[in-house]
Design a protein around this ligand. Structure first.
Ligand code: ADP
Length: 629
């Protein structure tokens, strides 16, 4: 095989270059994690080979004991991590170690700030991997041979992490991959067998394959087994320490931070499986990308079958990481077969329940952790109220809201908190929907409720209209939108109903209706306003304006719907309108009252130029009054 001619120099994809630069800086204080990452990759490679060998046993037979070997070489200041796993072909090497396949990576990298701590956090969310080798090495050499039944070449990849790498075909007898790190002069500690051994124990003890260490400094040169080499989830809970659970999470997720909590269970009986489920502390950068990888790592009888088996959890639990190891599924199960497997929906139901219970426990016992969780994943969990009927009641208890009670934008109040504060006779839970917290908090619709001391949930997440719709009621109290027609409040003064008030002010209302006939459905006297002149409300069966804006933005055609205008008859501006004798000015004022009501709820004006014109001429008049007076 000609090797010289097969040598190629290639450039890293731009994103890889950026990532490398950022990673070396921001992870420097955690540089030792490179070993965990490389051992983790080696373990994945062994898993993948065992999986392929299910169909092709011959792949394994030349070298059946899957092992990860670490060799340190103090004299040359290098360390090598080798596995006899699946290996990589030339094309695979170029693709896997020259590019980053995850979509959205470029956008993600743009969020980097230059602040080391923040960036380290962000890179953690992205998942550090092979490239972490360059934190400690100034040259990395990868040699690999893809497992195959036919003879094939080996390949060498080499880079200094600066922007380019070379690949060339080589003779390589062994199956699998060796990664050699030529350490920077300052990082010679990582060629010390003692240091490496400690790192393996600390980070990689849970790896299911034997991890052995040999080194020139060792008295005897034979490799020694360093880790426990049993799959962590097969051990009993009482035998696994918190630190081991955390390290295993990092191996699974390539996440850099500790998980918030986990749940490890063995199910026996008709269906047998073990699950180990984790709640991460940070949302991944692509949480909102519906195509992003998600799901659990699936094993069948300890044999790795697939990554990202998304069939085991509903979409709204896409942030959960973990392993499920089934004793019943066939070893040859594929994604397609999984979809059709009758066992699966029962397992999915049980696992979803398990996650919801784990969150419930966290919410009860570690409120600070739950608050963190809610900040990161609350909006996703809300999808469950809409999607998962079986767990809806438990999910409702897990929801957290901003409310008028606390007066701050943090979503930290539960429905139980709200209900606990309800006055006697309040049989409803009031909420307002808006595009953002500030608009919700300052909405005119809240005035009378505030006056009466009634708490209102301030909802401004995109998903909220669906959540309140899906929930409909909680603890026997129905959820009520305060921006709807016909709002009835507890202890209402029944003698002054809207009908009576409307009757009393009929001439004004009719006049305003006439002027605004194209823009509103009706005009009423408001019973809900205190300090604002007017507000718009949606008819009882109309779409909420926030939802309408969202649907329209997503390109949906909706039938026109006109709002109802409510005026505060005691407000000076409405009194002024009522007293206005000049019909031109009356029209202008009526339009402005409506425009302001729309702006206050965060709506766009259909004709902003007309509004500005009206306002301008009013202001000029004001000025001429002042001038003449
Ligand atoms: P990740 O492991 O998160 O996918 P990495 O950057 O660590 O990201 O690795 C990129 C890819 O390179 C892996 O997905 C895998 O396909 C391949 N790879 C890395 N190390 C090995 C190895 N030791 N054996 C086989 N393939 C490997």
């Amino acid at each position: 095989m000609s090797t010289a001619t097969s040598r190629e120099t290639l450039g890293f994809q731009t994103e890889v270059r950026q990532l490398l630069k950022l990673m070396i800086h921001s992870l420097y204080s955690n540089k030792e994690i490179f070993l965990r990452e490389l051992i983790s990759n080696a373990s994945d490679a062994a898993d993948k080979l065992r999986f392929e060998a299910l169909a092709e046993p011959g792949l394994l037979s030349e070298d059946p004991d899957l092992t990860i070997r670490i060799e340190s070489d103090k004299d040359n200041n290098s360390v090598t991590i080798s596995d006899n796993g699946i290996g990589m072909s030339r094309d695979e090497l170029v693709e896997h170690l020259g590019t980053i396949a995850r979509s959205g990576t470029a956008e993600f990298l743009q969020q980097m700030t230059g602040d080391e701590q923040k960036d380290a956090q962000l890179i953690g969310q992205f998942g550090v991997g092979f490239y972490s080798a360059f934190i400690v090495a100034d040259k990395v050499v990868v040699e690999s041979r893809r497992a195959s039944l036919t003879a094939n070449d080996g390949v060498r990849w080499e880079s200094d992490g600066e922007g380019e790498f070379t690949v060339e075909t080589i003779e390589r007898a062994e199956r699998g991959t060796s990664v050699t790190l030529h350490l920077k002069d300052t990082e010679s500690e990582f060629a010390e067998p003692f240091r490496i051994e400690n790192l393996i124990r600390k980070y990689s003890d849970h790896i299911a394959f034997p991890v052995t260490l040999s080194g020139s400094a060792d008295e005897d040169d034979s490799a020694k087994l360093v880790n426990a080499a049993t799959a962590l989830w097969t051990r009993s809970r009482s035998d696994v320490s918190d630190d081991e659970y955390k390290e295993f999470y990092k191996h699974l997720s390539h996440d850099f931070s500790d998980p918030l909590t986990w749940s490890h269970n063995r199910v026996e009986g008709k269906r047998e499986y073990t699950s180990l489920l984790y709640i991460p502390a940070n949302a991944p950068f692509d949480l909102w990308n519906r195509e992003a990888p998600r799901g659990l790592k699936l094993y069948v009888q300890r044999v790795f079958i697939m990554d990202e088996a998304e069939q085991f959890l509903p979409m709204y639990l896409r942030f959960v990481k973990g392993v499920v190891d089934s004793s019943d599924l066939p070893l040859n199960v594929s994604r397609e077969l999984l979809q059709q497997n009758p066992e699966l929906s029962a397992m999915r139901g049980a696992l979803a329940r398990r996650v919801v219970d784990m969150l419930t426990k966290m919410a009860g016992k570690s409120t600070d952790d739950y608050r963190k969780f809610w900040k990161e994943f609350g909006q996703v969990l809300k999808e469950g109220v809409v999607e998962d009927d079986a767990n809806k009641d438990k999910l409702a208890k897990l929801l957290r809201f901003a409310t008028t009670h606390t007066g701050n934008p943090e979503q930290d109040q539960s429905l139980d908190d709200y209900v606990g504060r309800c006055g006697e006779g309040q049989d409803k839970i009031y909420y307002i929907l808006a595009d953002n917290h500030a608009t919700a908090a300052s909405s005119p619709h809240l005035e009378q409720l505030a006056d009466k001391g009634i708490e209102v949930l301030l909802l401004s997440d995109r998903i909220d209209p669906w959540v309140v719709d899906g929930l409909a009621e909680y603890d026997g109290k129905s959820l009520v939108d305060v921006a709807r027609e016909g709002l009835d409040l507890p202890e209402g003064d029944s003698s002054v109903t809207q009908d009576v008030m409307d009757d009393e002010h009929k001439p004004l209302l009719e006049k305003v209706s006439k002027v605004l006939e194209d823009r509103v459905d009706a005009v009423h006297v408001s019973t809900r306003l205190v300090s604002s002149p007017a507000c718009v409300v949606a008819g009882e069966n109309e779409l909420n304006p926030q939802l309408r804006r969202m649907l329209e933005a997503s390109g949906q055609e909706l039938p026109d719907a006109k709002p109802i205008l409510e005026v505060n008859i005691k407000h000076p501006l409405v009194e002024r309108l009522s007293a206005e004798t000049d019909s031109g000015r009356f029209d202008s004022l009526a339009h402005i009252v409506l425009d302001h009501a729309l702006l206050a709820e965060g709506s766009q004006l259909d004709d902003p130029a007309a509004y500005v014109k009206r306002m301008n001429s009013l202001l000029v008049e004001l000025d001429s009054h002042a001038g003449s007076g």
